[in-house]
Design a protein around this ligand. Sequence first.
Ligand SMILES: Nc1ncnc2c1ncn2[C@@H]1O[C@H](COP(=O)(O)OP(=O)(O)OP(=O)(O)O)[C@@H](O)[C@H]1O
Ligand code: SF4
Ligand SMILES: [Mg+2]
Length: 343
Amino acid sequence: MRWIKWIKNRFIPSKPESVVGLSWESADFGGAETGSKTVLEVEDLSVSFVQYEKGLQQKQMKVISSLDIAINRGEILAVVGSSGSGKSLLAHAILGILPENASVTGSIKYNGKELTLQRQAMLRGNEIALVPQSVNYLDPLMQVGAQVRTGIKNGDALAVQREVFDRYQLKPEVDRFYPFQLSGGMARRILISTAIVSDAQLVIADEPTPGLDPEVVEETLGYFREMSARGCAVMLITHDIETALKIADKVAVFYAGTTVEVAPIENFSGDGEALRHPYSKALWRALPQNGFMPIPGAQPMPNNLPEGCLFAPRCSMATSECSIKQPKVRKLRDGMVRCGHAT
Ligand SMILES: Nc1ncnc2c1ncn2[C@@H]1O[C@H](COP(=O)(O)OP(=O)(O)OP(=O)(O)O)[C@@H](O)[C@H]1O
Ligand code: SF4
Ligand SMILES: [Mg+2]
């Protein structure tokens, strides 16, 4: 896909130092990726950036300290969390489009096999599609109809592209527009179209709906449902729990670069008593319809993380043990939690 090449040209490291513990040389060019029930599995992922301090001293700043998620075939996982919690960086790490000064540890598996730089390059825009958060990811030098058509591998590309544009109320003349001629809403519909027309097995949609009319939001969520119904694994990144609950099977809650909980959507009900982590419960109870009880304090910045559990300074259940060591993520009931006291 041309716009994926555009992303690549902007962000792919020229040298492969920032791979997920894997070497560029260990070639792994499998054929079509088929298979296992678990399409994507991310374990203990961390991302750091090299920064320069006074006197040009190098410092590693860890912005994601431990992310864990998994998505099965035909499943929609919503990823929710406040700004800066690591949602987009996770998407970019999976696609292999982090900036050059990023370094990554942990494991990212696609269809049971570790994602190397080669596999990321091979799968990006083909089996793995991204709807990026920013409309700046469109190639500024290519007409948008042609950009979308490059992702269509089967059938009459023009007819398929036109059909999707029609469904999105994008008139025929828009096919020949360049990105600078689009309104924000049009550009977003075009980015979503690139994922809809692809044959991807894994779609990662990073905040796809802000700025769209309510009907267009519903239509877009409907497309993601259709994709999951035909076996695609979908990761929907959003700030908005209510949007997530409309279409997701399960929800992963991120906090300060960690996964604090993964829960089936049924657990987001009542006063949140079925949820596992104090932060997820607090997020749920902060919604206007659930009593609007805001959580005191703020998510810590990456350069000022507390010792132990990152949520401890805001947690009403915190004990002295909580500030000693960051809890590991563990299975609990039919979900996961990162809290020593959750039951
Ligand atoms: N290139 C970078 N260099 C240094 N820090 C970065 C870089 N990109 C992101 N960060 C930091 O990493 C953290 C996670 O960023 P990320 O963009 O993943 O957040 P997000 O959850 O997607 O937020 P939002 O909801 O605002 O999109 C933030 O603290 C951000 O400032
Ligand atoms: S580990 Fe302690 S501080 Fe962290 S969420 Fe659980 S109870 Fe709260
Ligand atoms: Mg983001």
